[in-house]
Design a protein around this ligand. Structure first.
Ligand code: AMP
Length: 198
């Protein structure tokens, strides 16, 4: 099972990815988590990414694509993975298609968590207040607002991109966490049965 979770910051991608990971024994691949680990360990990638991440801008495509390509080849991904926060640009989506093709893999679904922008701004500000800036340097209200803009400008075009492939499924991300995960589950069951009959 291989899927993409698409949605703006605060939409609940990480929460849903963790639930899916427990349920299906597949890996959550969060490029944000991987980049934060690189920053913490002061690797060359981390040193390159640090300031970009604090600003809320996107790390260059070639950097994240290389990280993901390396990661999907680990044994713990053989059962599948959930891409959380990747791809974030059309160029990344194209690189992903190419990489999956080269590794003989396919995507089962792209799940968009759709959330109301106004409610999201509120959620995002709450998260910033709760973290007190301590957990993530890019979780201040200003940085989060900027990341929402980056999402709209650079990542939202992926929705159309995946609609054209026929793989896009949209879930109302404003529902309770369990209702969202039940809906994602239904989508995955459908994708699985479609695959079995094709
Ligand atoms: P996230 O935890 O997914 O919100 O990501 C935190 C930050 O990491 C983002 O604001 C970007 O600076 C960087 N980042 C994460 N994933 C990507 C990606 N796929 N492409 C570019 N930058 C990314």
């Amino acid at each position: 099972m291989r899927l993409i979770l698409l949605g703006p910051p605060g939409a609940g991608k990480g929460t849903q990815a963790k639930k899916l990971m427990d349920r299906h024994a597949i890996q959550q691949l969060s490029t944000g988590d991987m980049l934060r680990a690189a920053v913490r360990d002061e690797t060359p990638v981390g040193l390159r990414a640090k300031d970009i991440m604090i600003r809320g801008d996107l790390v260059p495509d070639d950097v994240v694509v290389a990280i993901v390509e390396d990661r999907i080849q680990h044994d713990d991904c053989s059962n599948g993975f959930i891409l959380d926060g990747f791809p974030r640009t059309v160029a990344q989506a194209e690189a992903l298609e190419d990489m999956l093709h080269r590794h003989g893999l396919d995507l089962d679904a792209v799940v968009e968590l759709r959330v109301d922008e106004a409610a999201l701004a509120e959620r995002v500000e709450k998260r910033a207040a709760e973290s007190g800036g301590a957990a993530r340097p890019d979780d201040t209200a200003d940085a989060l607002r900027y990341r929402l803009k980056v999402y709209r400008d650079q990542t939202a075009p992926l929705i159309d991109h995946y609609r054209k492939t026929g793989k896009l499924r949209t879930v109302d991300g404003m529902q309770e966490i369990d209702a969202v995960s039940d809906e994602i589950q239904r989508i995955l069951d459908e994708a699985r049965s479609e695959r079995a009959t094709s």
